[in-house]
Design a protein around this ligand. Structure first.
Ligand code: RIB
Length: 350
């Protein structure tokens, strides 16, 4: 039978619509065995598994996930919504999440909100339509209502790198107040006193908490001061822009240390200072970031940073999600909080 549908040759459509029955016939097994190979391969002899996969490859079979999803009520996926997919911190969170999801043969679908609550809403709607097993999210705002609706509709939510106390959501985070305190206490311990905090939108809890920790550390030293420069987003270019403001200041108005709310800002600050050439890091200007992404260690002046265990955060978030599904009333910690770690490198040494 020849013909066309939506510009695809009918034969093509036939090939795309290869059935499980054809795979079974080609492999010389029953339809049930093909289903077992696809869903429970550990229950099938290795030789049979190989024959079925050879038939799948030979015929170009593509499983019809929509039908299976309807039967099983859920897809084989988990939604992950991050603030900035361009930030290596979130790339590592996603890697850790995918590694744990793989153990249960689940996939992680990544959504990037770009810190925009409207984009975030779009992904929450998409993942609900996709009937994901659950959603991991670093929220762009503290609007818990939309997450509450998600959870009430039967899609569990785990907060990543964030916690909303009293919300009832599982969460995996780092104590950012302690992290900010560690960063600025370190600057004070190397003798710096005129400190500038270069942050992002104060609406982001991570930024607000790191600043709170910085303020606590400065408050413990009588002659220390803390100035805040708030940038619209936590990016390298915004770090560059902040650095360009700082290097042109007259000597009496310059800081002697910078604490960047994340490593991307810190890399941008370092670029601006290095390109200008007036000031040296760390001699004139100590610099510390946050996250300890790979670029921190690889920077032209290796950056001190506050390390977050990004992959472990992602791995733990999936583990917590699956526990909340399989054992909703179980005895386990629903709000996991990791300790931040000070990593000292050249940018604050001496
Ligand atoms: O995206 C903003 C920041 O929040 C990231 O750099 C990471 O630190 C997260 O906690």
């Amino acid at each position: 039978m020849s013909g066309y549908t939506r510009g695809i040759a009918w034969e093509e459509v036939q090939r795309v619509a290869v059935s499980v029955r054809e795979v079974a016939a080609t492999a010389g097994v029953s339809v049930g065995t093909v289903s077992n190979v696809l869903n429970r391969p550990d229950k099938v002899a290795d030789g049979t598994v190989r024959r079925v996969h050879d038939a799948i490859e030979q015929l170009g079979f593509v499983r019809n996930d929509a039908a299976r999803q309807l039967r099983a009520g859920r897809s084989r996926s988990i939604g992950l919504i991050v603030l900035d997919a361009g930030n290596p911190f979130f790339a590592d969170v996603a890697r850790g999440a995918a590694a744990r999801a793989d153990e249960d043969r689940l996939s992680v679908l990544l959504g990037n909100s770009d810190e925009d609550p409207v984009r975030e809403d779009g992904y929450l709607d998409l993942f609900r339509e996709q009937r994901v097993n659950g959603v991991l999210i670093t929220p762009a705002s503290d609007d818990a209502e939309k997450l509450r609706r998600m959870q009430a509709a039967g899609t569990p939510v785990v907060l990543v790198d964030h916690e909303i106390p009293g919300s009832g959501y599982c969460s995996v985070s780092v104590d950012d107040v302690e992290g900010g305190y560690l960063a600025v206490r370190h600057l004070l311990e190397i003798g710096r006193r005129r400190i500038v905090f270069v942050g992002g939108p104060s609406a982001l809890a991570q930024v607000a908490h790191r600043l709170a920790g910085a303020r606590r550390a400065v408050g413990e030293v009588a002659d220390a001061t803390l100035e805040v420069i708030e940038m619209p987003a936590l990016t390298v270019l915004n770090g560059r822009a902040a650095g360009e403001q700082i290097v042109v200041r007259p000597a009496g108005a310059r800081p002697d240390a910078l604490f960047a709310a994340n490593d991307l800002l810190a890399v941008g600050l370092l670029q601006a200072v290095t390109m200008d050439g007036t000031l040296r890091v760390p001699e004139d200007l100590a610099l510390i970031g946050y996250d300890d992404i790979d670029f921190a260690e690889a920077a032209v002046v290796p950056l001190s940073s506050i390390r977050q265990p990004a992959r472990l955060i992602g791995h733990t978030a999936v583990d917590l999600l699956l526990r909340s599904i399989d054992d909703p009333d179980g005895e386990y910690d629903r709000n996991v909080r990791f300790r931040p770690e000070l990593v000292v490198r050249r940018s604050t040494s001496g």
